[in-house]
Design a protein. Sequence first.
Lengths: 71, 338
Amino acid sequence: MELGLLGAGIGAGISVFGAALGIGRLAASALEASGRQPEAAGDLRTTMIIAAALIEGVAFFALVICLLMAL
Amino acid sequence: MSKNNTQNESLKQELTEEVDAIKHDLEEEVQTEDNPVNEILDGMGDHDVFSWGPLHLDILPVILYDEGQFHFYGNRESMEQSGEYTTEHHHIVDANTHETPDLDLSITNMVAFQWIAMILLAVIFFTVSRKAKKNGSNPPKGIQNLFESVIVFVRDDVVKPNITGKAADRLLPYFFILFLFILVLNLMGLLPGGHTATATLGVSAALAIVAFFIINYTAMRESGLKAWFHHLLGGAPWWLGFLMIPIEIASLFIKPFSLTIRLFANMVAGHTVLFSLMGLLFLFQSIIIAPAIVGFATFINLLELLVAFLQAYIFTMLTAIFVGLAVGEHSHDEEHAH
């Protein structure tokens, strides 16, 4: 039981790590792009939020699995 | 001598097994009773009675379908008084056979919260439309101004960029209601004592199932049944069909599934963090740490406010994008243009 909880915790940590890397890269690229082309900032923001939501969705799949493992 | 030994051994083994079983039972009991995770999920989950903060009202009707007929009761108490069904461990069971009914269609707390949101939205819409009629062509004021800006936002930033042609105008009311309904449900969960209906899988799944039908119906209507089947190939040549068709069919169902999980997990995650922070207060019970925890909880609550808006926007936006993708380049307008 204790090992299961440990696995769930480690799994949640790793999945959040991946999602953070992805969203961080995404935000960095979006900022860079809107710095080069400020007039496209609005469109970029929308696209960025959508892509972030998709990344987040995958991370949440992993988190839900971890949570189910912990219960 | 050896016989005695084996007897001792078997007795010893029996005893250890028995002790292990008792230990296991005790552990299970402790876990089901004192597990904070279970407690948190219990507090956030659905309830049989209408509850807002400390208020628990037994006013929700019970609808059961058992052995081919429906049973209606005004509330839990009248159900138990009728002597036909009773509650055991938060589950409704037959009073005589102690079996659960075939189908429990009772109105639960989350359904009640959705009804409150619907009534709230209906009242607001009728007020706004009456004001708009009375106002004529004068510039809008107050609540009318607020809702006109929301409508314009949904039309110009969500629906029009993603969906082309007549389908955009036809689907605008759906997207507008979808946005406001999710938003109101999320915000009601942030009121003190309120419950977030979107933080239950059933509610977000229902919203996503509606989105699934809207996506495919619009695609079939706009680009025709033939094009809809053709898009199952994903633009690949026909001999790749054995690979593409299963993938595309799976992606049809993964879209609403990911919408469900995204909304559900986002709403649950924020509330779990808030619950855990509040739990730290009771864990430490010290006046030095309390201000820090309260400050951090306030920050998370404000973050939740952002998430409430963001998730309503994302759900609407992704549905619009999926509709746009499903309609694709086969829409009538573009076909005529070629």
